[in-house]
Design a protein around this ligand. Structure first.
Ligand code: ATR
Length: 265
């Protein structure tokens, strides 16, 4: 029987996950169907339970439900627990298992697709919301020389640094030094807002990574003018999907041709 999966969110029509997973399934010869699932803002849990009752095998979870998915799950992986959010749900034996593949996706894109080591490098993570929190543990597991957190609301960066041993926090006014990898995990790119980044944070050969994809954001413009190499979050999107596919199916798809298809679309 064909296994059913979907990505649940609100809004959801724009999602590229069905295309990505359908390409993965064709490539690995897996018998599955992957769709979008719109959940009303006040009925996430009921929507998930309805999908399970209809025989669904797993869900990806996107904005604005990742924290609700975290609370709904019966079991959590350590990386989901650290993220405080869930983007991958699996349904087996009447239980809801929660995982988070976002950080693994970011790390795979940077180290594998972009050929940039994180180990022993100076890393700056901008933002202290859900997107930032979701990637801290996988970044720390790469053993960077430094992981600095900077956020407009400094208290939130300080709270995150207290939750994760091995990183330090500052605000934009006190941000100093140069970094080999600068990751923008704020939502500023969505509103074209410029970040108050001091000159000199992009070290020679720096990779600037924007988690938003498909948009030349103000952050990417700032980074490019400072001479940094630039990447958007499309690779992270494909890699987090590949990791979810592995969680569900036990098979790792080849992401390169899928990323190429999406880039050329
Ligand atoms: P997400 O789940 O995408 O992380 P979020 O939890 O609402 O969304 O967090 C948004 C992040 O983007 C926060 O770090 C926010 O900074 P504040 O904590 O100070 O609100 C950051 N952000 C959004 N717009 C910004 C802007 N114009 N300048 C700087 N930071 C911004």
């Amino acid at each position: 029987m064909t296994d059913r999966y979907a990505v649940v969110g609100n809004p959801i029509a724009h999602s590229r996950s069905p295309q990505i997973h359908t390409l993965f399934a064709a490539q690995t010869d897996q018998d599955l169907r992957y769709e979008t699932l719109l959940a009303p803002l006040d009925a996430f849990a009921a929507t998930v339970r309805g999908f399970i009752a209809a025989g669904g095998a797993g869900l990806n979870v996107t904005v604005p439900f990742k924290e609700q998915a975290f609370r709904l799950a019966d079991t959590l992986t350590p990386r989901a627990r650290a993220a405080g959010a869930v983007n991958t749900l699996s349904f087996t034996d009447g239980r809801i298992a929660g995982d988070n593949t976002d950080g693994a996706g970011l790390v795979a894109d940077i180290t594998h697709n972009l050929g940039t080591a994180i180990a022993a490098r100076r890393v700056l993570l901008i933002g202290a919301g859900g997107a930032a929190r979701g990637v801290i543990l996988p970044l720390l597991e790469q053993q960077p020389a430094q992981l600095a957190l900077v956020n407009r609301t400094a208290d939130k960066a300080v709270a995150l640094a207290q939750a994760f041993a091995g990183c330090n926090a500052c605000d934009f006014a006190t941000l100093a030094g140069a970094f080999d990898l600068v990751i923008n995990a704020t939502s500023a790119g969505l509103s074209d807002a410029e970040l108050p980044l001091p000159p000199g944070i992009f070290a020679t050969g720096c990779l600037a990574y924007e988690m938003v994809y498909g948009k030349q954001t103000a952050f990417l413009n700032q980074a490019r003018s400072a001479g940094a190499r630039c990447a958007d979050g499309l690779g992270m999107l494909v890699e987090q999907a590949a990791e979810a596919f592995f969680v569900w199916r036990g098979i790792r798809p080849d992401t390169a041709p899928v990323l190429k298809t999406l880039r050329s679309a």
